[in-house]
Design a protein around this ligand. Structure first.
Ligand SMILES: Nc1ncnc2c1ncn2[C@@H]1O[C@H](COP(=O)(O)OP(=O)(O)OP(=O)(O)O)[C@@H](O)[C@H]1O
Ligand SMILES: [Mg+2]
Length: 254
């Protein structure tokens, strides 16, 4: 589904030097894979998501999504293929709109343009059903402005919105990092369920080492813009936070 070939991302620095944020990254991500991206600060995780989202074109290399070369496509051209949830709950939902209006926008963004724009009773019933499945009571808040929700409720809404029209690719950039442990766990469980139910090809950046054995189908560790190590299957399930912590310490030269 996603093919990343020899991608290099170079950023010029004000001091005249350059940062190689991605140094010859190649990754094949088959349809339905739930890939976790971990790594040290500055290792290139967000840059890689930005290259997938089309925020900026890579310096060199190629990105294909669903067999189409999207390397030089901007974010608007790719929008119909991609959904994205950011770390900041305020970036993925519109605070002044109600929960129902946000849900409606998410449906329309997914291209269901034959549906009427207004919030009909059937649309609301549909939204309530989708939100009830989160188990966070969001279905009771349909007419509330979204900025009256907690960060956790807002991220749960963002995940439902991102998947309401099944995207070809879902990009998650530390989307539970700003939440308290209980809300983070709920949003992760919701994410894992929706990704599995719809078989969505997903790339998730995380700093929570306990996510690696518990979620996703493959985990990749980035360091200094390169793939340092990767795990799947039994090797991934067997990972422990202590072992991963040791790897991080050694990457930092400890
Ligand atoms: N737009 C940019 N302009 C210049 N340099 C950038 C830009 N974006 C990222 N970088 C640099 O590229 C490197 C990789 O950054 P990136 O944000 O991808 O790291 P990350 O793995 O997401 O880190 P973190 O865990 O801190 O979020 C860093 O050295 C960063 O300073
Ligand atoms: Mg980042």
């Amino acid at each position: 589904m996603i093919s990343i070939r020899n991608v290099i991302q170079r950023f010029e620095r004000p001091d005249g030097g350059a940062t190689l944020a991605l140094q010859d990254i190649s990754l094949e991500i088959p349809r339905g894979e739930f890939l976790l991206l971990a790594g040290t600060n500055g290792s290139g995780k967000s840059t890689l998501l930005n290259v997938l989202a089309g925020t900026f074109p890579p310096t060199s290399g190629q990105v294909q999504i669903d067999g189409v070369d999207v390397t030089r496509q901007g974010p608007e051209l790719r929008a119909s293929k991609l959904a994205r949830v950011f770390q900041n709950p305020y970036l993925s939902t519109a605070g002044t709109l109600t929960v129902a209006e946000n849900m409606r926008l998410a449906e329309l963004r997914g291209g269901k343009r034959t549906l009427r724009l207004g919030l009909s009773r059937s649309a609301k019933a549909r939204h309530a059903e989708a939100l009830a499945a989160c188990g966070m009571g969001l279905e009771n808040f349909l007419d509330r402005p979204t900025n009256t929700l907690s960060g956790g409720q807002r991220q749960a809404l963002a995940v439902v919105m991102a998947t309401i029209v099944t995207p070809k690719v879902l990009l998650l950039d530390e989307h539970t990092a700003a939440l308290d442990p209980e809300a983070a766990e709920k949003v992760m469980q919701l994410t894992a369920r929706l990704v599995a139910d719809h078989g969505i090809t997903t790339v998730m950046v995380t700093h929570s080492l306990d996510h690696l054995p518990r979620f996703g189908t493959r985990a990749v560790l980035l360091h200094l813009g390169r793939v340092q190590e990767e795990w799947s299957g039994a090797a991934k399930t067997a990972l422990t936070s202590a072992e991963l912590q040791r790897r991080f310490t050694s990457l930092y030269g400890g």
